[in-house]
Write a protein of this length. Structure first.
Length: 566
């Protein structure tokens, strides 16, 4: 049970690809295209990052170029090797390869310090001794210009000496910062002498205790791009205001090239959260079992839930690239997953809420081994043997003692078809005398209907899935629903108030057909009539403990939304 087939659509020429195409045709960068995916290693990647991964690696491939994986590891207080490993695994799982081009901003710490010295030499940077609160007070507002720091006019020699001593560890944290000297009256607050370096005595996961000053993201990012020869620095829309600073730094140091920053709208999804800060709170607050909880929008969570990576790539292609923020319905992502799995996931029978069915006229001790196809419409997919006996389990909801008019499944005196097997008719029910709950359904079967219709031409209106009671295997099934009950622009700061209390239901009395005994973790299949399921990659143990996560139901909400909109 593995990913097969193809659903990937050729990406259209969005505005970013159109710009790259124009640059290539005009001979910019000597026709070279080089992009990068630059995550900060302070958390696990989520579906929003997948959009950026697909875009950056996709552009590199489509224009016969390259794409780097670079970790912007300039804030060691929040970074760890665990996040570095997980990001590598997620990018590979999604289907992309950076080959030998994996870099870290920390690789450039020495060179970045040299660039900072170059700005000081040019009179474009200075060491400021104001406190963080004082710097904020001097920055001004959107309607009022900022005020210059009293330390802004230190000499080059004094600034170089102070910066050297900052690096040597002579000053405590917060005593000084290095700031760019730009314009304290700029309408763009980011250009009002932004901080380039700060003193922080924190152990770095790669450089250890070698450094006690760390560069800021806006200073590091553009220079890392330049040192790697990046041609197109693609980022999300919230960095649009940062672009003037990106360009200012590159224009004022001896950078080897000047990449072009292009912004696109980030992904927003209904009924979930994509803020890293909020995802951290879900994990650290115990609301989720971990970053790989299948309810999480993280890639590792989606992998554990059973989303095929190709379906995520397809989703990213279908939502496209836009210049304005918008919200995509989660139903579209589920549709892409369902569409993918429908093409290749083998069909299996399982019963989630079993009720016993006894066939009273079944020969004592007889077992009928039925050959059942994995894909009913594709004989080449093969088949498996499913045992049929006189004692079965069906879904409790498939029987009603007093059914309404439009209920066509099993009921007293009614006949239904059992999938791949026989017609059965309900003759009697057995109830618990204490609770009056139905505990067993007594039926008869028609031996002439094996695997087909009745010879006399009579019809039934329902086909039910089932498992043999004597042969079925016990299994735990986990049903997942949306993370939030609702979401929108008015989402409260304490978003946990909207967490869906029914986002996880664990069913421990399930039964599955014996063909699943040795299925491996991350195996995917369709439980007929129920949905698509994945053997849990952490808790599932072949031949011992069977644990399945429902990846997605069979109900296609997106198709209904599309039909309603037509």
């Amino acid at each position: 049970m593995s990913e097969a087939g193809t659903l990937q659509e050729k990406p259209g020429l969005d505005f970013i690809r159109a710009r790259v195409k124009q640059d290539v045709e005009e001979g910019k960068n000597n026709g070279r295209v080089h992009t990068r995916f630059p995550p900060e290693p302070n958390g696990y990647l989520h579906i929003g990052h997948a959009k950026s991964i697909c875009l950056n690696f996709g552009i590199g491939a489509e224009f016969n170029g390259k794409c780097n994986l670079r970790f912007d590891d300039t804030n060691p207080a929040k970074e760890s090797p665990e996040f570095v490993r997980s990001i590598q695994e997620d990018v590979r799982w999604l289907g992309f390869d950076w080959e030998d081009r994996m870099f870290f901003a920390s690789d450039y710490f020495e060179k970045l310090a040299d660039f900072a010295g170059e700005l000081i030499q040019k009179g474009l940077a200075y060491v400021d001794s104001l406190s963080a609160d004082e710097i904020r007070e001097h920055r001004g507002t959107l309607t009022e210009p900022g005020r210059e720091s009293p330390f802004r006019n230190r000499t080059k020699e004094e600034n170089l000496d102070l910066f050297r001593r900052m690096r040597a560890g002579e000053f405590p944290d917060g005593a000084h910062v290095l700031r760019a000297k730009i314009d304290m009256a700029s309408p763009n607050l980011l250009m009002r002498d932004p901080t380039l370096y700060r003193i922080r005595r924190i152990h770095h996961h790669r450089t250890g205790d070698k450094w006690c000053i760390y560069p800021m993201y806006d200073f590091t990012h553009c220079l890392s791009d330049a040192m790697e020869g990046i041609t197109h620095s693609v980022c999300t829309l919230e960095f649009e205001n940062n672009r003037p600073l990106y360009d200012w730094v590159l224009d004022n140091v001896s950078a080897p090239c000047h990449p072009q920053q292009i912004e696109f709208a980030r992904l927003n999804l209904t009924r979930t959260v994509l803020s890293k800060r909020k995802l951290i709170r879900l994990v650290e607050g115990g609301f989720m079992s971990g970053w790989d909880d299948p309810r999480m929008p993280t890639l590792v969570g989606m992998r554990r839930r059973g989303y095929p990576p190709r379906s995520i790539r397809t989703f990213c292609e279908r939502i496209g690239i836009a210049k304005r923020d918008s919200t995509v319905d989660m139903a579209l992502l589920e549709h892409c997953v369902r569409e993918d799995l429908n093409a290749w996931a083998p069909r299996i029978m399982a019963v989630q809420d079993p009720i016993k069915v006894t066939i009273t006229n079944w020969p004592q001790g007889k077992v009928d081994n039925l050959e059942c196809p994995f894909m009913p419409n594709d004989p080449s997919a093969g088949s498996r043997i499913v045992p049929f006996s006189g004692e079965l389990f069906i879904e409790r909801e498939d029987f009603m003692e007093d059914p309404p008019k439009k209920f066509f499944r099993l009921a007293p005196g009614r006949e239904v078809r059992l999938r791949y097997a026989y017609f059965i008719r309900c003759e009697e029910v057995v109830k618990d005398p204490g609770t009056n709950e139905i505990t067993e359904i007594l039926c008869t079967y028609d031996p002439e209907t094996r695997g087909g219709d009745a010879p006399d031409g009579r019809k039934v209106k329902a086909t039910l899935h089932w498992v043999s009671a004597a042969h079925a295997l016990p299994a735990e099934v986990r049903l997942y629903d949306s993370l939030l009950t609702e979401s929108g622009p008015d989402e409260p700061e304490d978003f946990t108030e909207r967490l869906n209390p029914d986002s996880l239901k664990v069913l421990t009395n399930c039964r599955v057909e014996p063909s699943l005994k040795d299925c491996q973790p991350e195996s995917l299949c369709q439980f007929e009539r129920l949905g698509y399921y994945c053997a849990d990659r952490m808790d599932h143990e072949p031949g011992a403990r069977l644990v399945f996560n429902r990846t997605v139901s069979l109900r296609d909400t997106w198709a209904k939304i599309q039909k309603k909109g037509e």
